[in-house]
Design a protein around this ligand. Structure first.
Ligand code: SF4
Length: 169
């Protein structure tokens, strides 16, 4: 993605005021926790429940959200990098979903530019696949129990393929 497009996407996200960072609680792998701890996140900001997740502040915004934007931009959790794409695992398939335009302005922009759409889709699949491969099965199950409304499925990928394509990312 070129700098101008990246800046435009960032501008759209800034304008929204962080709706996707409000009670987001993104899931965390062991590896991501370690990266976040090296980048200013405290272990008290990690919730250890049925799966590990980044906590929110008392305002409801993610602990990584500050002055209207994510301060963890370069190290943020996989599901944050994948946005506005999300995922679910059903049976032997990894489903890739996209948020509806009504709840995310970025979606309209992506849909207006197929090249940028594909670039973000590829990044999302890479990040989500890595997350799916890295989470312990019971944590992945727990993540998939979190209901995400207002999304539409855009692709189904056989899980065999996801696990076969472990490129260490
Ligand atoms: S890590 Fe960043 S992008 Fe993800 S929910 Fe928190 S503030 Fe938002």
């Amino acid at each position: 993605m070129n700098q101008a497009t990246y800046d435009l996407l960032t501008k759209i996200c800034d304008r929204c005021g962080g709706r996707c960072c409000y009670y987001a609680r993104p899931p965390l792998t062991e590896e991501r926790i370690s990266i976040l701890l090296d980048n200013g996140i405290s272990i008290d900001d990690v919730l250890f429940r049925e799966h590990r997740m980044l906590d929110c502040k008392s305002t409801g915004f993610c602990v990584g959200f500050s002055d209207g934007r994510c301060r963890l931009q370069n190290v943020k959790p996989e599901t944050c990098s994948a946005g506005p794409f999300t995922f679910d695992v059903r049976g032997d398939k990894l489903e890739i979903h996209i948020k509806r335009e009504r709840i995310c302005e970025l979606v309209s922009f992506l849909k207006s530019d197929p090249a940028v759409f594909n670039e973000q889709y590829e990044l999302a699949v890479e990040k989500i696949s890595h997350l799916v491969r890295s989470l312990p099965p019971e944590e992945l199950e727990s993540v998939c129990r979190v209901e995400e409304t207002e999304t539409d499925m855009v692709a189904e990928i056989p899980l065999d393929e996801v696990f076969a394509n472990d490129r260490g990312n």
